[in-house]
Write a protein that binds this ligand. Structure first.
Ligand SMILES: NC(=O)c1ccc[n+]([C@@H]2O[C@H](COP(=O)([O-])OP(=O)(O)OC[C@H]3O[C@@H](n4cnc5c(N)ncnc54)[C@H](O)[C@@H]3O)[C@@H](O)[C@H]2O)c1
Length: 275
């Protein structure tokens, strides 16, 4: 729906992509621009941010690139200050930054890995939302969209990164607490629990096993396919719009039904079932 973010200014953190292809933040930044928003394209990797901004401008949209490490309070404050000086307002924050950390059992979660995952996933969400909500409070309108993971909702696999699921559950709770606190100012806060998405980050993590594991991830979904960054982008754009005025304080699984699915332990053939 073209124009549903017309006149809005959106900051997208993690709007680059960690490799060739379509990351969740990259797609979201492009979708926001397609819907009419002026987009502040924020990433720790300026080349990745420039690529996204180039795609937005190539379609006739407006993009401002800002290099920032969102684990830094000063960088988050600078992003908000530069957004206000360039565009005069800040309506939407989509904070789509996260790392998975190493695969680990509870007894070998390294202290430094735990701290890094908590910093990049949780602390960055706290700092980015804390900075962005100030102009929203003054405007008495705002949209905050964070991302967790289905790892925040359920056990996923043996040796799945412990710190990751814990950090993402905390991101969701932080979002829900903010939602109640600021609802009276027309500010909504919602969290997308992203499921199996075929993204550059996932492919980079899997390395030589990317094709094999990608097929397993496809099979795990009731739809038979992983999602894409565009699925995240379409939901984020809806949550950012006026249409989502009354949606507040929820963590929405975006997973094709994956979290609902239990392991299929029964034979599918009725004769084998003895019927
Ligand atoms: N892909 C999936 O299957 C999946 C599943 C669940 C949740 N998620 C979540 O979605 C989000 C995005 O994942 P993606 O797969 O699109 O990843 P991605 O790596 O392609 O994109 C993330 C971007 O964030 C940037 N970034 C990383 N640290 C940063 C920092 N400190 N400051 C600023 N920018 C930083 C990276 O440079 C990159 O461009 C993450 O929060 C991830 O946990 C992804």
């Amino acid at each position: 729906m073209a124009g549903r973010l017309e006149g809005k200014v959106a900051v997208v953190n993690g709007a680059g992509s960690s490799g060739p292809g379509w990351g969740n933040g990259k797609c979201t930044a492009i979708q926001f621009a397609r819907d009419g928003a002026k987009v502040v394209v924020v990433d720790v990797n300026p080349a990745a941010a420039e690529e996204t901004a180039g795609l937005i401008r190539g379609e006739g949209g407006t993009a401002l690139v800002l290099e920032a490490d969102v684990t830094s309070q000063a960088d988050n404050e600078a992003v908000v200050a530069k957004t206000l000086s360039e565009f005069g307002r800040l309506d939407v924050l989509a904070h789509i930054v996260g790392i998975s950390g190493k695969l680990s059992f509870l007894d070998d979660v390294g202290g430094s890995d735990w701290d890094k995952v908590m910093d990049v996933n949780l602390k960055s969400t706290f700092l980015a939302t804390q900075a962005a909500i100030q102009p929203m409070i003054e405007q008495k309108w705002g949209r905050i969209i964070t991302v967790s993971s289905i790892a925040s909702l359920r056990w996923l696999a043996r040796n799945a990164p412990f710190a990751y699921g814990v950090s993402k559950q905390a991101v969701a709770m932080l979002t829900k607490l903010m939602a109640v606190e600021f609802a009276h100012l027309n500010i909504t806060c919602n969290c997308i629990a992203i499921g199996m998405i075929d993204s550059p980050m996932v492919r980079g993590l899997l390395g030589e096993y990317a094709e094999v594991v990608s097929a397993i991830r496809d099979k795990g979904s009731p739809t038979g396919k992983q999602g894409t960054g565009w699925d995240t982008a379409h939901l984020a754009a809806f949550l950012a719009s006026q249409e989502a005025n009354y949606i507040n304080g929820i963590e929405i699984p975006l997973d094709g039904g994956y979290t609902m699915k239990a392991p299929d332990i029964y034979p599918s053939d009725p004769i084998e079932r003895g019927q």
